[in-house]
Design a protein around this ligand. Structure first.
Ligand SMILES: Cc1cc2nc3c(=O)[nH]c(=O)nc-3n(C[C@H](O)[C@H](O)[C@H](O)COP(=O)(O)OP(=O)(O)OC[C@H]3O[C@@H](n4cnc5c(N)ncnc54)[C@H](O)[C@@H]3O)c2cc1C
Length: 308
């Protein structure tokens, strides 16, 4: 068992890294867990144009690297492993975190900043072709589709913005959306509608993904006419929603969709368990908001520690 830290943060996305920065600067001992790579969802977007300070926008991985390097200037211990469980001793109030590698770590407080994971569609053939033609990260996999035909499924900002990114690489990009209106900002919609390589398939859902070893077509259905047709395709990117990464947490702390419920001080309970960022119920899923929430949580945690 390691020394008892002031704070263990679970998840090194924008929320977790901001909180780590604030807490380390306040002189607290911090252990920051990350199961994949620092940056979280922000690292998976090609261009972030609404984070202040970068007038031409900034690549998500570059912004994530800058955040990580800033945190590394301080005495924050990074632990690259997943957190599998969180518990608390009723008498001492010390929290114990167990990692995927089976190690235990202790702290006086815990901050959960585990963010979200892109949701799967649930269509026939999806499991077979996931990772072999179907993905959730255009920045990671887009380059495999140079001069090929891809489809993006979804109607929000992420779907439309990543379509524009893919259109610079692929020969053609179809946006498949089940409604006749998009949720994305009007500015982003305009960009998509004017793009010569992007075609919109509205009122349309994917019924099945088809191929041999690799995906080569989708069976799509127009939901207004119930007509089925085939769409030849090399790759598909899903942007159909987000699920909170909270499976290790008790149901009592979550809303019915699995997002963590917190009070205005980012408290999950009154015993030193806090949460911030996209994994929380009702937050707008944006980098600036996740950062702000992480900073706000750090003040509540400092206050909690001062009363122990
Ligand atoms: C394609 C796309 C485009 C986007 N574009 C924009 C944009 O232009 N502007 C904008 O402001 N926002 C954008 N966003 C949203 C933005 O990325 C998120 O709001 C932001 O990253 C949320 O930060 P977070 O720290 O709360 O969570 P996340 O970024 O999700 O980070 C959570 C971290 O926790 C880690 N983790 C999860 N579970 C565990 C565990 N059990 N143990 C250890 N580590 C764990 C994850 O690996 C991850 O690194 C975009 C998102 C996507 C997917």
């Amino acid at each position: 068992m390691n020394e008892v830290k002031d704070l263990i943060i679970i998840g090194a996305g924008p929320a977790g890294m901001t909180a780590a920065l604030y807490m380390a600067r306040a002189g607290k001992s911090v252990l920051l867990f990350e199961k994949l790579a620092a940056g979280g969802q922000a690292a998976l977007t090609h261009s972030i144009e609404n984070y202040p300070g970068f007038e031409d926008g900034i690549n998500g991985m570059d912004l994530s690297d800058k955040m990580r390097q800033q945190v590394e200037r301080y005495d924050v211990v990074f632990e690259y492993d997943s957190v599998e469980s969180v518990s608390q001793d009723i008498t001492t109030k010390i929290h114990t975190v167990t990692s995927g590698a089976g190690n235990s770590f202790q702290a006086k407080t815990i901050l959960i900043t585990t963010g979200t994971t892109s949701r799967r569609l649930g269509a026939k053939g999806e499991d077979k072709f996931f990772g072999r033609g179907i993905g959730t990260c255009a920045v990671c996999d887009g380059n495999f589709y140079k001069n090929k035909i891809v489809a993006v499924i979804g109607g929000g900002n992420s779907a439309l913005e990543e379509s524009v990114y893919l259109a610079d690489i692929a020969a053609e990009v179809y946006i498949i959306h089940r409604r006749d209106e998009f949720r994305a900002d009007p500015f982003v919609q305009d960009r998509v509608k004017k793009h010569p390589k992007i075609k919109l398939l509205i009122d349309t859902v994917v019924e099945e993904f088809v191929g041999d070893q690799k995906l080569n077509k989708c069976i799509i259905k127009n939901v207004k006419t119930n007509t089925l047709s085939e769409l030849a395709i090399d790759g598909v990117f899903l942007y159909v929603g987000l699920d909170a990464n909270t499976s290790f947490l008790d149901l009592q702390y979550k809303d019915k969709s699995g997002f963590i419920t917190v009070d205005s001080e980012n408290r999950v309970n009154k015993d030193g368990l806090f949460a911030a960022g996209d994994c929380c119920s009702g937050t707008h899923k944006q980098v600036i908001i996740a950062c702000g929430d992480g900073a706000k949580a750090s003040y509540s945690i400092t206050d909690h520690l001062s009363k122990l």
